[in-house]
Design a binder for this molecule. Structure first.
Ligand SMILES: Nc1ncnc2c1ncn2[C@@H]1O[C@H](COP(=O)(O)OP(=O)(O)O)[C@@H](O)[C@H]1O
Ligand SMILES: [Mg+2]
Length: 222
């Protein structure tokens, strides 16, 4: 990300934000509520468009007009949101939520897709029984696991995780973070882990960037 600027209703929300995220690392993004963390994350995955600046993915400007390039990049960069209860379609069972991206992005047939979904569920520590439930029948931690499986089915290289555990009980928080670390070791994925919890970031990050009122104050190496 280079020199990102973003205003909402005439008010500066991001001011000259530049950050690099390296392959396989976890970069923490820390800051108080309202400092602009979520906006940074949403810009990276393309849910928000900065007013100016560049977002380069493997040297290609994410924001360029070239739709083909940006759609390749968009499958490689995925986001996990803070509120598990709004992360999944309430009308879809877990299995269908995991399979949906495969239907869009892969050339698998039906049977291969179900095999792949089973494999992904196994990776995130869920049983087939969980996959046959609707979101309302799953706990917050179980939903975040399904969200992870759904995202992993697309084969991302960077996951933006926006306070992914802040709505979960402390014990479940640790489980989900450990799972994310295990997946990182296995797949070499990078994370941008957004949190207001400095202690949590210290536990899992390679570097931590501090955001204050839309500006990066400093980046700390662990
Ligand atoms: N879509 C939007 N429209 C107007 N203001 C917004 C919008 N999204 C975020 N903001 C404002 O931008 C600021 C930064 O928000 P956000 O990025 O969500 O911060 P954080 O995630 O650090 O709490 C806040 O003041 C918020 O109210
Ligand atoms: Mg936020």
């Amino acid at each position: 990300m280079k020199h990102l600027h973003k205003k909402f209703n005439g008010r500066n929300v991001l001011e000259d934000v530049s950050l690099a995220i390296y392959p396989g690392e976890t970069l923490g993004l820390c800051g108080k509520s309202g400092s602009g963390k979520t906006t940074v994350g949403r810009c990276i995955v393309g849910l928000e468009r900065p007013d100016s600046g560049e977002i380069l993915y493997g040297g290609v400007n994410f924001l360029s007009e070239n739709k083909r390039n940006s759609s390749v990049a968009s499958t490689r960069v995925q986001m996990i949101f803070q509120h598990p209860e709004t992360s999944l379609d309430p009308r879809m069972k877990g299995m269908d939520s995991i399979i949906e991206p495969l239907q869009i992005h892969s050339k698998c047939n039906g049977e291969q897709m179900h095999d792949k979904a089973r494999e992904l569920a196994d990776m995130v520590g869920l049983s087939m029984e969980h996959l046959h439930r609707y979101p309302s029948q799953l706990s917050g931690g179980e939903i975040q696991r399904i969200v992870l499986a759904r995202i992993l089915s697309i084969g991302p290289q960077l996951i933006v995780a926006d306070e992914p555990t802040s709505m979960l009980d402390v014990s479940v928080q640790a489980q989900v973070l450990r799972l994310m670390q295990r997946i990182q070791e296995e797949k070499g994925i990078s994370y941008l882990l957004i949190s207001h919890d400095i202690e949590l970031l210290h536990q899992v990050c390679d570097r931590i960037a501090y955001l204050e009122e839309g500006s990066i104050l400093r980046v700390e190496e662990m």
